[in-house]
Design a protein around this ligand. Structure first.
Ligand SMILES: NC(=O)c1ccc[n+]([C@@H]2O[C@H](COP(=O)([O-])OP(=O)(O)OC[C@H]3O[C@@H](n4cnc5c(N)ncnc54)[C@H](OP(=O)(O)O)[C@@H]3O)[C@@H](O)[C@H]2O)c1
Length: 257
């Protein structure tokens, strides 16, 4: 009897949707999945960045679909899935990565910023999970990978990222709950959650609204790279059909909390 072993080959020719692919971890994930022979749909708001990535990937003959969408609006998220179904037939792998944070105290917090964190990091991510499961159920299986954070495991006191932390705790809860729903039905669909510490992307600059503060954060030691996080995705995706890797936590060795 032949047993499936670890490896990415099973995903060749299958369809991945990477949200938040215009920069950082999503961009690196889309590149890696194309290199593994997947057909990849890339979604985000910044069209010029998606086009630039598509040009770069298309040079090697890759089949890439760009989808401009603002995940603050459910109809735009649904539009992404409609288009992927139309062009590629549906989603086999969802890299549920689009996310943002705002650095501020709760005492001085701004409701619009809190809403944006919850809307994109929790509600849009949950809509993506729901839609991806619908596709995967009709395609005989699939893998969802949710991008959480160490801040989704504990509140990072002193960093003023409390509402961001609340959003990633919520994502953790939704991810675990969906896994339970699928497991109860005996579904082959897998749910994974990756929780990184600081990764060197534009994320901190956006969250702190300051390039200098973002750079200062990386001075205590070497941060994670987007490719380090992609390696954890590859580990999840490589698992044979009977193995589900639910959670991976990554910290830079220099991280002290
Ligand atoms: N960097 C870190 O230290 C770190 C650590 C732990 C977890 N994470 C998580 O990892 C994920 C990726 O972050 P990153 O570090 O790669 O940051 P990033 O470079 O800022 O990427 C964030 C992505 O999310 C997209 N996005 C944000 N708001 C959106 C919206 N309203 N609609 C559609 N797309 C939206 C952005 O695209 P557009 O702006 O073009 O829309 C961008 O492509 C996030 O969920 C983040 O919370 C990051």
């Amino acid at each position: 009897m032949s047993e499936e072993t670890y490896g990415m080959e099973k995903w060749r020719g299958k369809v991945a949707l990477v949200t938040g692919a215009s920069s950082g971890i999503g961009r690196a994930a889309a590149t890696a999945l194309v290199n593994h022979g997947m057909r990849v749909a890339i979604a985000a708001r910044r069209e010029e960045r998606l086009d630039e990535l598509k040009r770069e990937l298309a040079a090697s003959g890759a089949d890439v679909l760009t989808l401009v969408a603002d995940f603050m609006h459910e109809e735009q998220v649904l539009g992404v899935f409609d288009r992927v179904r139309e062009v590629f037939g549906g989603v086999d792998v969802l890299i549920n990565n689009a996310g943002l944070g705002h650095r501020a105290t709760i005492a001085d917090g701004d409701l619009r910023e809190w809403r944006a964190e919850l809307e994109v990091n929790v509600f849009a991510a949950s809509v993506c999970m729901r839609e991806a499961v619908r596709d995967m159920e009709s395609r005989g299986g699939g893998q969802i990978i949710n991008l959480s954070s160490i801040a989704g495991q504990r509140v990072p006191l002193g960093n003023n990222l409390t509402m961001y932390s609340a959003s990633k705790h919520a994502l953790h809860a939704v991810s675990t709950g969906l896994w339970g729903e699928l497991a109860a039905k005996g579904s082959p669909i897998k749910i994974g959650l990756i929780s990184p510490g600081p990764v060197e992307t534009q994320w901190h600059e956006m969250a702190f609204k300051s390039e200098a503060q973002a750079r200062a954060l990386y001075q205590g030691g070497k941060p994670l790279s987007a490719d380090d996080v992609v390696e954890a995705m590859r580990y999840m995706l490589s698992a044979p059909a009977h193995v589900q890797i639910n959670e991976v936590t990554l910290r830079p060795v220099s991280q002290k909390n």
